[in-house]
Design a binder for this molecule. Structure first.
Ligand SMILES: [Zn+2]
Length: 458
């Protein structure tokens, strides 16, 4: 009964809204007149724009408030509401002021508050209907501020945010919200769904040409420190490896990103994560290329997760090893150095790793440094001989260098994680990596939605 009665609004809400907005426009115009039409003043475009920046949030926030007041008049005047836990009708306790800030500006809502004695549960049906955040800054602000924090450090992030949106948020707020949202950047949601991945595969497929799915893995070192309690001295920092992979599709004339995932973790966890992602990929319809440097951990897991994948030793890593030996043995940029590098790389291009190994074994090292590098290169080529066949890769349309993972690593890890002076607590570092991967994978919206759902009352 009470609920039904409360929902009847006598006046037409759109007409009333229109009136309220007109009032706000008048107030805004007054302010602009005060600022702009003073005598002797000839403001420039920048100065005029500044006047708008300074005043628009108050104006828009008030309009926003008026809109809610009319659209949700029924809920704002509600006297009785059923308890969401037990269904019992509860009488309004008191009017409760909710101060909130959206991207539009500040608004205040005077909405009824209910309390079920049986369940000891307080609730506001309006908060539920509008998905109002318990924080003052609403989810629209939280989403954008977290997106900003994923790109730049928290301190300069809050400055940048204000600079670009005329909306002030503290770096403390930015950090806390980031930590809370980052909690939801878990593998299952950061990686696109099976349907989404299948759709991306279909997009690059052209006629009878089967696209190549490239799985490129790599490690990058991130500066970490142990978590310290308040007033406690920070523990000693150390570098830990963020292990990650980037998976993409090579179409006939384009590259389609599938998924990136990087975490500070051990190789077993890396293997579990890769296997989870592999299970979402329709492997039967694709050719598969596996790319990596010589690290054993990455090959072990890539081969286990993509058993029919063609293994390709990253060309650039390989070439780097060869240059190192050449420099020590023949002297940098000497004629012999250049010739040896060229002939060695050509042999490797034609999959003649055994020939190169044979030659290295017969080489007379110039000194002990050269001897050590030669020994290492022999081991490296022996370990990876089955993965060296660059000419065949080229012909088959496979990539030979993990330029893909290098740039993804740079983008996801280095640009945000390796800022000078930044030492990451592992958990926060992983939230950062997860959130950045989500942005890159196009799943940030989903991560944020999950966070929001968990924040909103029953
Ligand atoms: Zn109840």
């Amino acid at each position: 009964m009470g609920v039904a009665a409360a929902c009847i609004v006598e006046e037409d809400p759109t007409g009333k809204f229109r009136h309220m907005i007109h009032d706000e426009v008048d107030k805004w115009v007054d302010q602009i007149i005060d600022d702009v039409f003073e005598e002797d003043k000839e403001p420039t475009v920048m100065e005029l724009s500044e006047v708008f920046s300074k005043t628009k949030h108050k104006f828009l926030g008030a309009c926003f408030q008026a809109l809610i007041e009319q659209k949700y008049a029924g809920l704002l005047e509600q006297e009785y509401a059923p308890c969401p836990e037990c269904g019992k009708m509860c009488k309004k306790r008191r009017g409760h002021l909710k101060q909130m800030v959206t991207m539009q500006g500040p608004s205040v809502l005077k909405r009824p508050w209910f309390y079920c004695v049986d369940c000891s549960y307080g609730f506001s049906p309006l908060d539920k209907a509008l998905e109002i955040s318990r924080k003052k800054y609403q989810f629209d602000v939280q989403k954008k501020s977290t997106r900003t924090a994923a790109e730049v450090p928290f301190s300069s992030g809050s400055e940048l945010f204000e600079e670009l949106t005329d909306q002030r948020v503290s770096d403390h707020f930015m950090h806390d919200t980031f930590e809370a949202v980052g909690e939801y950047a878990c593998l299952e949601d950061v990686i696109p769904s099976q349907e989404e991945i299948s759709a991306r595969c279909r997009e690059v497929k052209e006629g009878s040409w089967r696209p190549v799915l490239v799985v490129a893995s790599d490690g990058a070192h991130v500066p970490t420190r142990p978590k310290a309690k308040r007033n406690e001295k920070r523990g000693r920092g150390r570098w830990q490896e963020a292990k990650g992979f980037r998976i993409y599709l090579l179409g006939k004339d384009r590259i389609a990103h599938v998924a990136s995932w990087h975490q500070i973790q051990n190789d077993e966890q890396f293997g579990e994560d890769l296997s989870f992602v592999a299970s979402r990929i329709p492997q039967d319809d694709l050719r598969i290329g596996l790319l990596g440097d010589g690290a054993d951990w990455l090959w072990k897991h890539m081969v286990a997760c993509f058993p029919k994948g063609r293994q390709i030793l990253d060309y650039f890593h390989c070439a780097e090893h060869i240059h190192k030996v050449a420099k020590l043995q023949y002297g940098e940029k000497s004629q012999n150095c250049l010739e040896w590098v060229e002939s060695t790389i050509t042999r490797l291009f034609y999959a003649e790793a055994d020939n190169v190994i044979w030659g290295l074994q017969r080489m007379k090292p110039r000194d002990s440094l050269a001897k050590e590098e030669i020994r290492k290169l022999i081991g490296y080529l022996q370990n990876n001989r089955e993965r060296i066949h660059y000419r065949g890769d080229r012909i088959g349309g496979y990539p030979i260098g993990s330029g893909g993972i290098e740039s993804a690593n740079k983008f996801i890890c280095h640009t945000r994680m390796k800022r000078s002076g930044a030492w990451w607590v592992k958990e926060t570092g992983n939230k950062m990596l997860g959130t950045r991967c989500a942005i890159y994978n196009g799943t940030y919206g989903k991560i944020f939605e999950n966070y929001k759902k968990a924040q909103t009352p029953l």
